[in-house]
Ligand binder design. Structure first.
Ligand SMILES: NC(=O)N[C@@H](CC(=O)O)C(=O)O
Length: 438
């Protein structure tokens, strides 16, 4: 039987405090009814001062399994996700073997279910082996048990415009979306960081904004031409925001994401040559940070997605040029969004629910997450303490990897509890290892 939880005096989406009862996997009652229906066996959770949000949904997570279990496994990555307040994640396709067949996506989906921490939705590769030469079996992945709806070669750009056009056409048949990693390869050969004043000073090969913007501009036009749905991964420049704003004003069916790190960190951090700040796309400038915040605030950017990219120490603790691109992010995402967008007055908690839960669930066609906080809805929820302060210590995190760019920084907020279909995966800030759903 599913446990019952009575959350007392919680603030749904930051609104006035109420009691909320979770029973039988759903939100069973809100307000005075909640306590009345709770009975004696409900576990009471004091929600005073806490915000209740729909469980977070990440459209962009690297779980590394199969193939790089030394960096992360589905079990460790999804446990980290639950601790970050997530109830569903989309697992990127750049695994080994690549998630480019029904067999591999079903394996990832099954391992996610067995781990039980969050719902794992595998992303399907657009091209075989992410090689950019031949379309993968998109239809077979869509029809598999994993019911893939998001397709991406993330880590690599679908650079060939003919393949991109075909992929956009093909996914229409099953209401899928192509999530593009926008990086013009020729403009970014050997690129190490953002192209600008800092790269010139450091003598590192630069990565110009136009390498991202040129692909986004091309792809929104392709999406318009074929009447399909496009999603732009980890948009990072002011120009990209402008292009997406223009595309939306034309009625093009495009959505876009920004990562937590691009909401706050800049290329100045490369000055220390610490590869923890090496990421794809690279950290940009103050002006870009301001533009992506403004884009998220005005709805041009639809969602925040973590691009959680765990790496082993060997792949990160080396000289800058040899180090892998990527940062972890699942356990700090909501804190960074609070700090950059809520505490600055640019987003309300209802907006946070939209950008970290409702919209990513809608884009990924995940129907039982990102739902309103209302009676009868699946109890996929997170209880958040906005007044808490935590100093980030990667050694204390659940992810196997230690490449958090926020290490040593104090960030606001803390996950008190996460509920997946009414079961606590996190309670009192601690993972409920014994209680995971199988
Ligand atoms: N975002 C990153 O910096 N890294 C990603 C893939 C990628 O986009 O290069 C990874 O898989 O490590």
């Amino acid at each position: 039987m599913n446990p019952r939880y009575l959350l007392t005096s919680v603030a749904p989406l930051g609104a006035d405090p109420v009691d909320v009862l979770l029973a039988d996997g759903v939100l069973a009652a809100i307000g005075a009814d909640a306590r009345a229906q709770a009975g004696d066996d409900a576990t009471e959770v004091d929600g005073t001062g806490l915000v209740l949000l729909p469980g977070l949904v990440d459209l962009h997570t690297h779980l590394r399994e199969p193939g790089r279990e030394d960096a992360e496994t589905i079990r460790t990555g999804t446990r980290a996700a639950a601790l970050g307040g997530f109830t569903a994640v989309h697992a990127m396709a750049n695994t080994s073997p690549t998630q480019d067949t029904a067999g591999v996506v079903e394996q990832v989906w099954r391992l996610g279910r067995e781990a039980g921490w969050v719902d794992v939705h595998p992303v399907g590769a657009v091209t075989v082996g992410l090689a950019g030469e031949q379309l993968a079996e998109l239809g077979a992945m869509a029809q598999s048990e994993a019911a893939v709806r998001v397709f991406s070669d993330d880590g690599k750009c679908v650079h060939d415009p003919v393949l991109m056009r075909r992929a956009l056409e093909y996914v229409k048949a099953f209401d899928g979306v192509v999530a593009q990693h926008a990086q013009e390869p020729r403009l970014t050969e050997n690129a190490q960081m953002n192209e600008g004043v800092v790269s010139a000073e450091l003598g590192l090969t630069g990565w110009p904004s136009v390498a991202e913007e040129a692909i986004i501009a091309r792809d929104v036009l392709l999406a318009e031409h074929v009447g399909s749905r496009l999603h732009v991964c980890h948009l990072s420049t002011a120009g990209s925001v402008e292009i997406v704003r223009w595309a939306k004003s034309r009625g093009i069916d495009v959505t876009a994401e920004v990562t937590p790190h691009h909401l706050v960190l800049t290329d100045d951090l490369a000055r220390g040559y610490d590869p923890v700040f090496k990421v794809n796309p690279p950290l940009r400038t103050d002006a870009d940070v301001e533009a992506v915040r403004a884009g998220l605030a005005d709805g041009t950017i639809d969602i925040v997605a973590t691009d959680h990219a765990p790496h082993t120490r060997e792949d990160k603790d080396c000289e800058w040029a040899a180090a892998a691109f990527g940062m972890t992010g699942l356990e700090t995402a909501l804190s960074v969004v609070q700090q950059t967008m809520v505490d600055t007055g640019r987003l309300t908690w209802a907006d946070v629910a939209r950008v970290l839960s409702e919209a990513p669930a809608r884009i990924g066609r995940v129907t039982d997450h990102g739902r309103p906080i209302a009676v009868g809805e699946p109890a996929n929820l997170v209880l958040w303490d906005p007044a808490a302060r935590t100093t980030v210590d990667p050694a204390q995190q659940a992810t196997k990897a230690v490449n958090s760019p926020f290490r040593g920084r104090e960030l606001p907020g803390r996950v008190v509890a996460t509920f997946l279909r009414g079961r606590a995966t996190v309670l009192d800030g601690e993972p409920c290892d014994a209680a995971v759903v199988r």
